[in-house]
Design a protein around this ligand. Structure first.
Ligand code: ASP
Ligand code: MG
Length: 679
C-alpha cells in the first residue's frame, strides 16, 4: 500500500492537481494507494476568518478547478455536489466550518479519479479518525480498507477528525501530514510520501539562506528536533506514528517530481557526526533563537563556541546561547539580524565545511603516508585555497573501521597502505559520505565486480574516489584514459612499461656498467625498490595489477585470468630459495648477455611490457599480455632509464599518446595523492 499526502499548494489549482494525478497514477500501477489531501492553499485560513470576500474567492477557485478538470455531466455533478457542501459549510457553526476545506478538495479528487476509471473510495476522516484514540482510529481505518478492498484508490481528507465526544474537530494547523501518518501506520504502508512545494527538508529555510540544500537522509529524531524548532516542512506530530510503525517518510516536491527529496528513517549511526540543519523560532522576549541541530557525538560546548565565533566574525553579538537537548544548540539574536545570523551559521557549518576544510585520515604510516603528512603540514595545499586538516595518521589494522564510525561526512580517507584487505572498507566508507583517495593498487586490482561496486558506491554517494597514483604514480595516465573514454574515444590499445624494477635492470645492464644481472637485481632489492622477494616483480605480479587498473579505466572488464603473463625467468627459478635463485641467475649471466647482444646487433632492446588491445577476434574482445618484448630503436620504450614509466595509448580518432616520466618514489606518490585530494 502506498500512502501519498498532498499539501495545499499541490492542489491549489487545476494545473497543480494534474501534476498530482500524474504522480498518483504512476504509483497506482504498482499497488493500491491511499491519497490524503489538504484543503486548497489559503482555504483553511479563509474558512477560519469567515470573511465574506475571502469565502467568495474560495468558492470561485473550487468552481474554476471543477470546470477545468471535468466536462459534460461530470462537471455538472461535481459542481452540484460542491454547491451543496458549500451551503452546508455556511450554515455550520463557526467552529465546524474550517473542517470543510479538506472535504471540498478530496471530494473533487475522488470524483476525478473515478472519472479516470479507477475504482475509488472516499474515506470520511470525520468518522474514522478519533482524536487522541489511536487504537480505535487504527481499527476504523483497517475496517474501512477491508470493506473497500476492491477500491484501488482511497481518498481521505487530512486535518479533520472527530473527538471522543463525537463532535467534528481538527488535528491542528498543518495537521494533514499527521492524518497521513495515521493512515500509513494503520495500513502498514510500505511507502509513505509527503508531497509538498519544496524539494524536501532543507539545511535552512531557503528564503532566508539561498544556499540551503536538501537533506537527503535524516533520522526520525533529527527531523523531530528540526520540526519542533522552526523548520516548517513537516508537522512535528507526524513523526511519532511513522516511527512507531517503522515506516520511512519521504518528503517530495510535487513540482519537481523526479527529485528524490528527503527520506526520514533510521538514519546515520550514532557514531557519525553530521550537522543537519539551521532553523529559528521567535523567543519569548521578542528576539529570535537560531537552532543548529546535529547527529552524533559532537560536544555541545565546542559547537556553541564555534557558533559564537562565527557570529562574532559576522559582526553579531549573540545575546545568549544554550543547549536544548541532545544534538540541538541555539544562539539568541535580535530580530533585525536574524537573516545574517542564519547565513553566518549556515556558512560555517554547511558551506565552508563542505567546500574548504577537508579532514584527512591517512591510513598507512609508511613512506607514502609520511611523505603525504609532511607535504600537507608544509602547507602545500595552500595555493588551492583549501584547508586540509590531518585528523589522524595510523597504521593500525582497525583504523578504517574507526574512520567509518567517527569521521564526519565529506572527510577524505587516504589509503597509503599496501594492505590486501583494506578495500573491504571502501564501499561502506563511500556510503557513509567519506571520500577515498588510494595509492594502494592492491585495493583496485580486486575482481571486477568488486571494483565496479566501489565505482558505483562513489557515484551514488557523490563522493570522490581517486587512485591515479596506482599506475604511473604522479603521471596523468588514468585521467588521460578516462577523459578519452568519457568523450567516446576509448583506447584501442594500451602498452605500458610500468613495472620498473626489471626495466631498470635491463637498461642498466645494457649500459655495460660491468655488473651482472644478479648483482643489479640485488642492488635494487637492497635499495628497497623491489618486494622483499624480488621475484614478485620479475614474475609480473605488479605489472598485472597495473594492467587491470589501466584496462578497466578504459572500459575493459579485465580479470587476472584474462592476462597471459610470461615471466622473465623460467618457473624453476621461482621454485627455490632466494639464495639459490641468485646463484642460478648469476650462472645464466652469459646467456642473458648473449640474448641482449644479439638483439642489440639488430637495433633492438628487451622491455618487459604490459599490454591490452581490443581484438574482435578473441573471446573477450581483447588481448592482454605481459611479457618481454624486443622493441626497435624508434619505439617510445627503447630509451627508458632508471625508474621511468612509459605508457602509450592508441585511440580510434586521435593520434597515439605517449606519457613518460618518473614513475616511482614515495615523494612522487605523495604529491599524486595530494593532487587527487585537491582535484
Ligand atoms: N488545511 C490545514 C491547514 O492549512 C491542514 C493542512 O494543510 O495540513 O492547516
Ligand atoms: Mg498545509
Amino acid at each position: 500500500m502506498y500512502v501519498l499526502k498532498f499539501g495545499g499548494s499541490s492542489v491549489a489549482n487545476a494545473t497543480a492537481i494534474s501534476g498530482v494525478l500524474d504522480i498518483v497514477e504512476g504509483v497506482a500501477r504498482e499497488d493500491r494507494v491511499i491519497l490524503v489531501c489538504s484543503a486548497i492553499s489559503g482555504c483553511t485560513d479563509s474558512l477560519i476568518s469567515g470573511d465574506k470576500k475571502a469565502l467568495e474567492s474560495i468558492r470561485r477557485r473550487h468552481l474554476d478547478i471543477i470546470s477545468r478538470l471535468f466536462t459534460g455531466e461530470d462537471r455538472a455533478d461535481a459542481a452540484a455536489e460542491f454547491f451543496s457542501l458549500f451551503d452546508r459549510m455556511t450554515k455550520a457553526p463557526a467552529a465546524e466550518a474550517p473542517a470543510f476545506g479538506e472535504v471540498f478538495s478530496t471530494r473533487i479528487l475522488a470524483r476525478k479519479l473515478s472519472c479516470e476509471g479507477y475504482s475509488t473510495a472516499w474515506a470520511d476522516s470525520r468518522e474514522l479518525v478519533v482524536k487522541g484514540d489511536e487504537a480505535r482510529t487504527t481499527d476504523n481505518i483497517r475496517a474501512f480498507l477491508k470493506a473497500n478492498a476492491a477500491a484501488q484508490m482511497v481518498v481521505a481528507p487530512g486535518f479533520i477528525a472527530r473527538g471522543a465526544d463525537g463532535k467534528v474537530c481538527t488535528l491542528g494547523r498543518g495537521g494533514s501530514d499527521y492524518s497521513a501518518a495515521i493512515f500509513a501506520a494503520a495500513a502498514k504502508a510500505f511507502s509513505f510520501q509527503i508531497w509538498t512545494d519544496v524539494p524536501g527538508i532543507m539545511t535552512c529555510n531557503p528564503k532566508i539562506v539561498p544556499t540551503a540544500t536538501t537533506i537527503s537522509k535524516l533520522s526520525y529524531d533529527s527531523a523531530l528536533k528540526m520540526a519542533e524548532h522552526g523548520a516548517k516542512v513537516l508537522y512535528a506530530p507526524t513523526i511519532a506514528p511513522a516511527l512507531a510503525a517503522g515506516i520511512e517518510i519521504n518528503i517530495r516536491d510535487t513540482f519537481q517530481p523526479s527529485d528524490p527529496g528527503t527520506v526520514i528513517g533510521n538514519a546515520p549511526g550514532p557514531d557519525v557526526c553530521a550537522w543537519t540543519g539551521v532553523s529559528n523560532l521567535p523567543s519569548e522576549n521578542g528576539n529570535q533563537r537560531v537552532f543548529l541541530s546535529f547527529e552524533g557525538p559532537a560536544a555541545p560546548d565546542a559547537v556553541i563556541a564555534r557558533i559564537s565565533a562565527c557570529l562574532k566574525a559576522a559582526g553579531i553579538a549573540p545575546l545568549q546561547t544554550g543547549t536544548e537537548k541532545d544534538g540541538l544548540v541555539w544562539a539568541e539574536v535580535r530580530d533585525a539580524v536574524l537573516t545574517q545570523a542564519c547565513r553566518a551559521i549556515h556558512r560555517e557549518f554547511f558551506e565552508i565545511q563542505a567546500a574548504k576544510t577537508l579532514d584527512l585520515y591517512i591510513a598507512g604510516n609508511g613512506a607514502v603516508g609520511n611523505a603525504l603528512r609532511k607535504l600537507v603540514e608544509s602547507g602545500a595545499a595552500r595555493k588551492s585555497g583549501r584547508h586540509i586538516r590531518i585528523a589522524e595518521i595510523s597504521s593500525s589494522r582497525d583504523f578504517a573501521q574507526r574512520v567509518l564510525q567517527t569521521a564526519p561526512r565529506h572527510s577524505v580517507f587516504a589509503d597509503c597502505t599496501d594492505s590486501e584487505d583494506i578495500h573491504a572498507f571502501y564501499v561502506p566508507l563511500l556510503e557513509a559520505g567519506i571520500n577515498i583517495v588510494s595509492s594502494n593498487r592492491r585495493s583496485l586490482a580486486v575482481p571486477f565486480v568488486e571494483y565496479a561496486a566501489m565505482k558505483q558506491a562513489a557515484l551514488q554517494s557523490g563522493c570522490f574516489f581517486r587512485y591515479s597514483t596506482t599506475v604511473g604514480t604522479a603521471l596523468p595516465v588514468l585521467e588521460s584514459i578516462l577523459a578519452g573514454a568519457m568523450a567516446g574515444d576509448e583506447p584501442e590499445s594500451i602498452e605500458a612499461v610500468v613495472s620498473c624494477t626489471l626495466n631498470r635492470i635491463l637498461s642498466e645492464h645494457e649500459s655495460h656498467t660491468g655488473d651482472s644481472f644478479a648483482t643489479l637485481l640485488r642492488k635494487a632489492q637492497e635499495e628497497g625498490l623491489t618486494e622483499k622477494d624480488p621475484r614478485f616483480d620479475l614474475g609480473g605480479e605488479d605489472a598485472l595489477k597495473k594492467l587491470l587498473i589501466l584496462a578497466r579505466e578504459a572500459g575493459i572488464p579485465l580479470e587476472r585470468e584474462d592476462v597471459k603473463v610470461i615471466p622473465a625467468f623460467s618457473q624453476r627459478l621461482f621454485d627455490c630459495s632466494l639464495d639459490e635463485f641468485y646463484k642460478m641467475v648469476e650462472s645464466r649471466e652469459q646467456d642473458l648477455a648473449g640474448v641482449e647482444a644479439d638483439l642489440q646487433a639488430k637495433g633492438f632492446r628487451q622491455r618487459f611490457i604490459a599490454s591490452v588491445r581490443k581484438d574482435s577476434g578473441s573471446p573477450g574482445g581483447f588481448v592482454a599480455e605481459i611479457k618481454l618484448v624486443p622493441v626497435p630503436s624508434d619505439s617510445p620504450f627503447y630509451r627508458i632509464t632508471g625508474t621511468e614509466n612509459v605508457i602509450e595509448i592508441r585511440r580510434k580518432f586521435t593520434a597515439p599518446m605517449v606519457i613518460r616520466g618518473a614513475g616511482e618514489g614515495a615523494g612522487v606518490a605523495a604529491c599524486g595523492v595530494l593532487n587527487d585530494i585537491l582535484k
